[in-house]
Design a protein around this ligand. Structure first.
Ligand code: HEC
Length: 100
């Protein structure tokens, strides 16, 4: 396993922030993630499918960082760009735990 020291240091700081399971759901709602990924989602992968995918990848710092990068790369999605790293990681971690 190779972890780049700086990235893992940053993530260690991010992940040590208190973020309970329900906070993730609240953050996702607050950041408009659910507008596109909610139950009525048509154009974006729904929360269930997204969670299933993230659960398969796990909630390790490396997996979450990779997902964040994937989100940022799709430049066309405003919601993916506006969210802070901290909030995005908290939401992704929540999704990776099955969105509960
Ligand atoms: C404007 C609609 C919209 C909003 C708002 C939105 N998304 Fe997305 N999201 C999409 C679409 C469309 C895709 C699939 C296409 C893609 O991956 O770029 C996607 C894909 C994803 C993926 C999968 C990335 C991958 O490549 O596996 C994740 C994770 C994700 N979104 C998380 C979030 C989070 C967290 C938020 C809130 C901060 C959010 N999205 C807000 C539309 C949206």
């Amino acid at each position: 396993m190779s972890i780049r020291p700086i990235a893992s240091l940053m993530l260690g700081t991010l992940l040590s922030l208190p973020a309970g399971a329900s906070d993730g759901g609240q953050l996702a709602a607050d950041h408009g993630c659910m507008n596109c990924h909610g139950p009525a989602a048509k154009s974006a992968p729904g929360l269930q499918g997204l969670s299933a995918k993230l659960q398969r990848k796990g909630d390790s710092p490396e997996a979450l960082q990779h997902l964040l990068k994937e989100m940022r790369e799709g430049k066309t999605i405003h919601g993916h760009q506006m969210v802070s790293d901290e909030s995005a990681i908290a939401i992704l971690a929540w999704m990776a735990r099955g969105s509960r």
